[in-house]
Design a protein around this ligand. Structure first.
Ligand SMILES: [Zn+2]
Length: 256
């Protein structure tokens, strides 16, 4: 009798619906940060070289992830894990691509599909609107979204959002403007933001939730996330000089 009651009580606990609660959760999930996935042009300066991972390097990294049992998850998955205890696969990793360069479609999307993985692309909506050469088009972004890629906001024109450079009207234009453009172009309202140049301040942190942004990624280095700092998630930067050993260490070992 008592045993039966105990089982009923345990089951009731297990079946209780998950919901956002006050629990402070901490998770280790490497959020990899990429920029260009292409061979840099011959006249590339050191910044471009540093920001460029070649398609061959990227393919080797995806093969390493696959061979070592990693699953590419979305930022929505990480958000739900942190806020509701939603279960993630055993070795989760998020692949993010900043700026929405044309090679995001040409190489990143192509290779992710080849490996059956998904990525999150932070795009600059004003530059797509303007048809800026070297950047994604809306048709490409729609095709990527339809194939399971996540397209999120990296502002309208990539300014420094922190401090006096961008007042309240500028923040609304840059943040809400890009969110509404993405919603109009893709049919889904973005929920994640990436700070241009990694810069933000208190005014930015206060505006994001007001326009429906639930999480944001920074250029702070790290792999650990906490549920009360969803707007300041650190990432693991993959550089042109990152060897496969460096990559394996970042994904597997680095705890910070
Ligand atoms: Zn950027």
């Amino acid at each position: 009798m008592l045993g039966g009651l105990l089982i009923v009580w345990l089951l009731a606990g297990l079946l209780r619906p998950l919901h956002a609660d006050e629990t402070r959760r901490r998770l280790r999930v490497p959020i990899l940060m990429y920029h260009y996935i292409s061979v840099p042009p011959p006249d590339a300066d050191r910044y471009r070289l540093d920001l460029s991972v070649t398609p061959d390097q990227f393919a080797a990294q995806l093969a390493w992830l696959r061979d070592n049992g990693y699953s590419a998850v979305s930022l929505d998955d990480v958000y739900l894990a942190l806020t509701e205890g939603y279960p993630l696969p055993p070795r989760p990793v998020v692949l993010t691509f900043d700026d929405g360069y044309a090679d995001a479609y040409q190489h990143a999307f192509r290779l992710l599909r080849e490996f059956g993985m998904t990525g999150t692309f932070f795009v600059i909506t004003g530059w797509i609107d303007a048809g800026t050469p070297g950047y994604l088009t809306w048709a490409q972004a729609r095709e990527m979204a339809a194939a399971g890629m996540s397209i999120q906001s990296h502002s309208r024109t990539h300014p420094n959002l922190a401090g006096a450079d961008c007042d309240y009207d500028c923040l609304v234009y840059q943040i809400l403007g890009s969110v509404e453009t993405l919603e109009a172009e893709l049919g889904t309202r973005p929920r994640f933001f990436c700070y241009p140049g990694g810069r933000y301040d208190q005014a930015v942190l206060e505006l994001l939730p007001q326009v429906g942004i639930v999480g944001a990624v920074t250029t702070h280095a790290g792999t650990l996330h906490v549920s009360d700092r969803l707007l300041e998630m650190p990432r693991a930067r993959v550089r042109g000089t990152t060897t496969l050993d460096d990559f394996a260490w970042m994904v597997q070992t680095w705890r910070e």
